[in-house]
Design a protein. Sequence first.
Length: 163
Amino acid sequence: MRIIAFSDSHRNSRNVHKLFENTALTTDLYIFLGDSEGDLDDIPMLYPDKKIISVAGNCDYSSMDPFVAVTEACGKKIVCTHGHLQHVSFGLSGLKKLAQDNEADLVLFGHTHERRCEYKNGVYYINPGSIGKPRDGKGPSYAAIDIIPAGILCTHCDLDSDL
């Protein structure tokens, strides 16, 4: 199963459209990790067969999305959050508690606009970076997460690549 996680589009709906155009044929689930959910407004109409989960970020003032969403894929429990309420700019401790409380295998978060993938105590912590305004000196990015019988694989992708 392939999951595409992306975050922090900040009104760059062009990049969101490009992401879906590049990945729709190979993706089973999309997870948007907040900040400018309005950029997804027409995506469900354009891709009605795609499952999309989204959470609210600190810049999503009128969002009806939850701050945390929990889902399951191929027997793996996934916790999704923007990360601002867990203070991810200062480390993973808030996410670790969220993972423990939800018995998560994978925690997806955004907010910092920087790519990150760590494996600690049986849990993957993945930040896809920013699809709209990256702060890590690299271009717009997303994470391709494959859940296979052997485990979880994460690849950070530049938006211009066709993974």
